[in-house]
Design a protein around this ligand. Structure first.
Ligand SMILES: Cc1ncc(COP(=O)(O)O)c(C=O)c1O
Length: 489
């Protein structure tokens, strides 16, 4: 008989429990004090060196591992917990989200399918999200790791539905070219997805945008007509409910009509902006997204939840299934027991083993209620318009793109500086603001000008943070101008 039967449970449950409580207290302190300290700090060389260590073949113990985490990892995180983190498009995270992650990992259900209650939570969450975003209650959907994955899921359904041959059987080899139409402001998930799906980058027709950053529908129509004349197969129009650089929202109603005109699939990328629909005055901003055949959006951005969770909704459940469903013998369901036929999420996407992402969404929506969440989203919209007005009313600043949602692009421009100098000053100012941990805006290029970009998906931000941000950028920019000997201000 074997006497050595190792497992991975704690050697001493009581000691582990105490340490776990201590960790939880630390994490509560961390989040309660998220406003304190810098928004970001560089990783010292000695910390990087300390993280690099020999493969830990022998036990170090949880206490030591937690100490290493606290000393080496936690202080140098991206900083998106902080109320003045406005870079790229990142959510802030919430206390409930953190707790949900712990509960999820403890119960650790498999969300590919099977007969268990967690599956019903995801089904319910998808039903709520469908209704909240104006999709039919019986839409299909799935929670995935991020907006890129959600969008690719939608594009795959579009291709399966609209290709004039059986894409799943034949693939793309030797077939006519398929083409997809998206504004030039579309996020690069589209390029990656077309490369991965074998469509190739040449499948993408990037359509120019108007002054508001919206797809020019006439150019799109002309391009489709040209493509049709040349014998290629247009299959999908992509609308943006919030572009990454400026938050612009395409004319989604117009895009739906254009897609109908040519019998194309209409997919909306709402990774950044779709959840505006929950805000009291936000639904009008993203009007038309509810008309899409498929809609992708992130909950780890403007839903404030911890990474990773995004959603794809597909209006026609059959179309969704027809793209991904397979029935290998080892997954065929029984009529009783744990493999009794239920919703098989693996039939709605690429992944088989899946985590219980729905738990944090379910808990977040139930705990504070959708109305409250909508008010927080509305606050971010109002704060962004507020910052836009501060910029417009400030003689030393210039707004580079109209504010239409939660993104503000601007630059320091006191007058008298060349374009090259403006770029150098604004770039240096931004880097110093980031490096000193004052705030984390990111940057964008607007009409070939370097912009400081503030994207507000931060539930901790106060209006006063916007005042402080602009004051600090102003002081810093003046200093940079002086140091660069540019002779102004
Ligand atoms: C408009 C847009 N679409 C898609 C994505 C990709 O989302 P994710 O980072 O969740 O994969 C982003 C990310 O910022 C985005 O801004």
């Amino acid at each position: 008989m074997l006497t050595y039967e190792p497992d991975l449970d704690p050697e001493d449950w009581e000691t582990s429990r105490k340490l776990a409580h201590h960790m939880l207290d630390d994490m509560f302190d961390l989040l309660a004090q998220a406003k304190q300290g810098p928004a970001w700090r560089p990783i010292p060389a000695e910390i990087q060196a300390a993280i690099r260590e020999p493969i830990p073949m022998e036990a170090q113990g949880l206490e030591k591992v937690y100490r290493d985490y606290s000393d080496q990892v936690l202080p140098y995180s991206t900083g998106n917990r902080h109320p003045r983190f406005f870079g790229w498009v990142m959510g802030t995270g919430t206390v409930t989200g953190m707790l949900a992650e712990m509960l999820k990992a403890a119960s650790n259900p498999h969300m590919g399918g099977f007969n268990h209650s967690a599956l019903h939570v995801e089904i319910e969450v998808l039903r709520w999200l469908s209704l909240l975003l104006g999709f039919p209650e019986n839409s299909s959907g799935i929670l995935v790791g991020g907006g890129s994955m959600a969008n690719m899921n939608g594009l795959a359904v579009a291709r399966q539905q609209k290709a004039p041959w059986d894409v799943r059987a034949e693939g793309m080899f030797g077939q006519p070219q398929l083409t997809v139409y998206a504004s030039s402001e579309t996020h690069n998930w589209l390029i990656k997805a077309c490369e991965l799906m074998g469509l190739g980058r040449r499948a993408i027709r990037f359509i120019p945008v108007n002054q508001q950053g919206q797809m020019d529908l006439d150019s799109c129509r002309t391009q489709i007509q040209t493509d049709l004349r040349q014998g290629v197969h247009p299959f999908c129009i992509i609308g943006n409910a919030g572009t990454t650089s400026t938050g612009s929202i395409d004319d989604l109603v117009g895009q739906r009509a254009l897609a109908n005109e040519f019998g194309l699939w209409f997919h909306v990328d709402g990774a950044l902006g779709s959840l505006a629909a929950l805000a009291p005055r936000g639904a009008a901003l993203v009007q038309g997204q509810e008309l899409a055949d498929s809609l992708a959006f992130d909950l780890h951005k403007w839903g404030y939840l911890p990474f990773e969770v995004a959603c794809i909704l597909v209006r026609d459940p059959q179309a969704h299934r027809a793209t991904f469903a397979q029935a290998p013998a080892y997954l065929v369901s029984a009529d009783r027991g744990i493999s009794k036929g239920t919703t098989f999420f693996a039939d709605r996407g690429y992944e088989l083993s899946r985590e219980f992402r729905a738990l944090k969404v379910w808990m977040a929506l139930k705990e504070r209620g959708v109305r409250h969440l909508g008010e927080v989203i509305q606050k971010n919209i109002d704060q962004s318009f507020y910052l836009g007005r501060l910029v417009e009313n400030h003689a030393a600043f210039e707004l580079l793109s109209p504010v239409c949602l939660n993104v503000v692009c601007f630059r320091y421009n006191p007058g008298g500086l060349s374009e090259a100098e403006l770029e150098a000053v604004n770039r240096e100012t931004l880097l110093r603001i980031q490096e000193q941990g004052i705030a984390i805006p990111s940057h964008a290029r607007i009409h070939d000008q370097f912009a400081i970009r503030v994207c507000n998906t931060n539930h901790r931000t106060r209006f006063s943070d916007m005042d402080l941000l602009l004051t600090e950028i102003h002081q810093m920019a003046k200093k940079v101008v002086r140091e660069m000997n540019l002779g102004k201000e």
